[in-house]
Design a protein around this ligand. Structure first.
Ligand code: EPU
Length: 421
């Protein structure tokens, strides 16, 4: 359990490349199970959630090699159809193996993911979808046991737009008999990346980038290769790191279309944004940091995965702002820790009211989950004095060595290794 020691007050400057998207990789990797052969996933980020998914796939019999961000997955010799608790408890996205295993092998036993650090995260939509496709599903001793001969196409309308349920049903439907229609499908870019991969493997999918997907099942898919899209949340986090320190940075290989809502809000807060090809330039040098409200929404709205970081940013804005999370109503574990740094924030139901303060002051703070930890690092970069962010294993789950990227941009941040933090 390492910690970060951050000496705040350094303005960030320079340019940095954005890594592949965690949440794209976590869907692309299990999709490889749908074919026998070697899938090649380029631009895969080196972060712990990817290693966790790799271990789970290895447990199923997948052989993997991972070099220079190229992940090769050989699915020729699947030996187990079970995702045990030890793997799933580490990462909820493990449930993504359910759809591919069920579709390809007619059986899957996957541990039910439990609660999450910030509250309930149900998977009822995944299960209802599989049932509609003809699967028999039982819950036994904490496991989902799913069986089916060949899944059949179905009309599925999600009550709420869900990234995970869309990905899982999509992966199941590509090998089903007949046509599946998914209404109110998630439109997140990571789902489009998954669709792109499935189509390369031979799947027939219409509706890329829209909320209605029509999938005509095929008999068989073949392994292929795909380039993982850049991580829009890593990009957004680094942009706020520059904005909160009144710095000036450029993000390389980051298409601005994935970040439209965040860029607009950064402009509202006073930053200058310039886009050229796939480079995003942010200039916050003369930024007085205007307060700016956000409400999270499904893509292309403001991402819930940027909510904690925005809250840290608004903690030092001029005036009062409101941050409302409509996707995860309880995702405010970062607030008490930000308050320890001097922020003035109160939470009422799913909204935080943030009264901007002139300065934050360094302190020891505790990470509780991935994006909460990111917000504490951002606050530490802006705070006067030294901030210690404990339990950075949460950050390592989803950011590829963020301290190195921040250091390259001029931040004073060091990882201290140790068991006691
Ligand atoms: N929901 C249900 N029933 C379901 C599934 C979801 O009610 O069966 C609800 C959830 O409670 C939530 C909403 O639907 O209110 C959206 O949840 P979604 O299923 O889209 O979330 P997810 O697939 O579990 C992914 C990302 C999360 C990200 C959310 C929302 C991955 C691996 N994870 O989770 O990423 O917050 O979408 O965009 O793709 C992160 O990277 O820090 C992270 C948590």
């Amino acid at each position: 359990m390492d910690k970060f020691v951050v000496h705040g007050g350094k303005k960030l400057s320079g340019e940095i490349s954005i890594s592949g998207a965690k949440n794209a990789s976590l869907a692309l990797m299990p999709a490889s199970l749908l074919a026998s052969g070697i899938s090649i996933l380029e631009n895969t980020p080196e972060l712990n959630d990817v290693y966790t998914m790799m271990k789970l796939l290895n447990h199923l019999g997948v052989e993997s090699t991972f070099q220079n961000h190229t992940l090769k997955l050989n699915t020729n010799n699947i030996t187990s159809l079970e995702a045990p608790y030890e793997h799933v408890k580490k990462m909820r996205a493990s449930v993504y193996v359910l759809g591919p295993l069920l579709a390809k092998f007619g059986f899957a036993k996957v541990s039910l993911p439990g609660g999450c650090a910030w509250g309930p995260r149900p998977i009822n939509l995944h299960i209802e979808g599989f049932k509609k496709m003809g699967a028999q599903i039982e819950l036994e001793e904490g496991y989902i046991i799913a069986k089916s001969k060949r899944l059949k196409g179905a009309k599925i309308t999600f009550d709420v737009s869900s990234v995970g349920a869309t990905g899982n049903i999509l992966m199941a439907s590509v090998l089903a008999k007949g046509t599946t229609i998914i209404n109110n499908a998630a439109m997140e870019p990571e789902i489009s990346n998954l669709i792109e991969f499935l189509v390369k493997m031979g799947a027939k999918i219409n509706g890329l980038g829209t909320s209605t997907l029509e999938i005509e099942g095929v008999e068989e898919l073949k392994s292929d290769r795909i380039i993982t899209i850049p991580d829009r949340i890593e990009a957004g986090t680094l942009l706020i790191a520059a904005a909160i320190t009144r710095g000036k940075i450029s993000l390389l290989n980051m298409p601005s279309k994935y970040l439209y809502s965040v860029l607009t809000k950064l402009e509202d807060s006073g930053c200058k944004i310039l886009i050229s090809n796939d480079i995003i330039h942010l200039d916050g040098v003369n930024n007085g940091i205007n307060s700016s409200n956000i409400t999270t929404a499904i893509y292309p709205g403001f991402p819930t995965d940027m909510q904690a970081q925005w809250t840290a940013y608004m903690a030092v804005a001029n005036g009062v702002s409101t941050v409302t999370d409509t996707i995860y109503l309880d995702r405010f574990k970062h607030v008490p820790e930000l308050v320890r740094l001097g922020a003035n924030i109160t939470v009422n139901e799913n909204s935080a009211v943030i009264k901007g303060v002139n300065k934050l002051t360094g302190a020891k703070v505790m990470s509780t989950d991935l994006r909460a930890s990111a917000s504490l690092v951002l606050a530490g970069l802006a705070a006067e004095g030294v901030t210690e962010v404990l339990r950075v294993y949460h950050l390592d789950r989803g950011y590829q060595r963020i301290e190195e990227k921040l250091s390259m941009l001029g931040a004073d941040i060091k990882r201290v290794e140790g068991k006691e933090f």
